[in-house]
Structures are given as C-alpha cells and as structure tokens.
Ligand binder design. Sequence first.
Ligand code: C2E
Ligand code: CA
Ligand code: CA
Ligand code: CA
Length: 280
Amino acid sequence: AKDAGKGQWRRYQPELHAVIVERLQLRTELERSLVAGGFELEFQPILTLADSTVAGFEALVRWNHPTRGRLLPGQFIDVAEESGHIVALGRWILIQAITEACRWHATAGGAAPYVSVNVSLRQFRSAGFLASVHAALSHAGLPPHRLMIEITESMLMRDDDRILADLAALRREGVRIAIDDFGTGYSSLSYLHQVPLDAVKLDKLFTASITTDPKQAALVDGIIRLARTLGLDVIAEGIETAAEHVLLASLGCPYGQGFRFARPLTPQATLSMIIEEFDT
Ligand code: C2E
Ligand code: CA
Ligand code: CA
Ligand code: CA
C-alpha cells in the first residue's frame, strides 16, 4: 500500500508541480502588473427593464497579461484572493470605478448612472476597507448613493458580526449594497431581512432557464415577490434574449443586465453611451 501510494504520488507530481508553478508565476506577474498598471476596467450597463434606460454600470476588471494576452477575472481573481493581492487590486478597482462614475456625473448630472463594484471577502475584511471607501468617495466628490457594492452570499453566511456592522456603516453613509449571484449559495431566504441590504442580483443560472422551465420561472417569481416585499431591488443577470427580458419584466423584476443589452464596454464606450442617452 505504501508503494502504491508512492507510485501514485510520483505519477501525479508533475501535474501538481505545474499547477503550483503556474500559480506562483501568476502571483509574481500580478504584483508586477499592479505596479506597472496592467489592469483595466470595463463597464456593463444595468437597465431598467420597463423602459430599457440605463440605471447603472457594473465595473468588471480585466488583466492585460504581459505574455498571455487579455485575461478575464475568472483566470486570476482566485489567485489574487489567495495571495492577498486582491486587497491592492481591489483598492485600485474601487478608485478607478469611482473616478469613472465622476466623469458620468459631470456629463449627466443628477440623472447619471451609478457604478457597481465587486468586492471580495478578503478585500472587505482587510484593515481599513471602510476608510478606503470613504476616502475614495470624498476625494472624488462622488455622492455615496452613486456607488453600489456587490458582495457574495457566502460572505453573509459566515455569520460574522463585523461584516454585518461594516455593511450597516456603509449603508448609513449612503453606499448601496447588493448580494451578487443570488440563489447559488446555500442561502435560506430567511436571512435576507436580517442583513443591511438594498438589492439582490439574481444569478444568470436562473435567467438562462426561465423561459424554458416553468418551475424555474415560478421560483424566480417567488424570489422577486419576496425581495420586493422586503423593499429590495432585484437585478437579473445574464439576460441574453428578448424573451428573457419580456418575461422578467412581466414578473415585476425592475432591473437587469446581460448581452441582450450590451457586453462590458471600455470606459470610453461607456462614456459615449452615457452622452448619447443623457445629453441633449
Ligand atoms: P459577476 O459579478 O457575476 O459578473 C458578471 C459576469 O457575467 C461578467 O463576467 C460578465 O461579463 C458576464 N456576463 C454579463 N452578461 C452576460 C450574459 O448575458 N451572459 C453570460 N453568459 N455572461 C454575462 P466576467 O467579467 O468574466 O467576470 C466574472 C466574475 O469575476 C464576476 O462575476 C465577478 O465575480 C468577478 N469579478 C469581476 N470583476 C471583479 C472585480 O473587480 N473584483 C472582484 N473581486 N471580482 C470581480
Ligand atoms: Ca457582480
Ligand atoms: Ca453575478
Ligand atoms: Ca460572481
């Protein structure tokens, strides 16, 4: 048995080795790109479903990797989270997103869309996170309600009083809070009213099957009703077809985003869209 174990270890070792080396390499490159400015944000519109006007934009990070080209967050956020680089990267993302939102504000004034920023657990719990949000907002002069922060369900399931207290503090300042990927975690709906919260983002898994699976549609209907009863906004993610848009709107879902409306846009294209929509 011992030999078999050894043999197995020897067989798997090269692959394991490659994975570890790749992750270590990504880490080093992350660090370099943080200094060299190798990251960019794109912005995907969030629409009011009833009239297809733009309500906000979600900031999504991209990495122009020195050798591997443009990487999506799925290819590096985990590593950044594991290594702790997410704290510095997240801070850059927040400042960048707020800076762009200020440009929108300067263009469209009071009707300007808000910016929604993804914040990971490690970033949220890092020392000085609250202060950094406050500083970024006041430095830029962006009204706090023009910022939404997206957190994950798993963050709330940790039953961590400090997280709840910090969320409450952000909301007192006027920042809005959304739960991302809602419905994919182990959430019981029952915790919704106990958490300081403004919106839930219905995961794209729901949207994808809503027009073909009546049970799924009934479930989404229930979630939307419950959320609205609790005074929460609902943002449906991953709307790809007109049929999904129409069905969600008819269920009373107020907001949505997805390729049906737009892919994530460069900052310049985002500004153009805002000028077109809000300027006269
Ligand atoms: P997410 O927060 O759920 O973001 C939505 C993802 O769905 C984005 O992928 C977006 O491009 C994609 N998407 C939008 N509309 C559609 C659609 O109609 N159909 C489909 N199939 N997909 C759609 P992206 O940009 O690759 O981001 C993936 C994930 O990476 C995000 O999921 C989020 O969890 C994370 N992420 C992105 N940016 C950041 C960031 O700045 N900080 C942190 N901590 N995480 C981020
Ligand atoms: Ca998100
Ligand atoms: Ca999501
Ligand atoms: Ca996600």
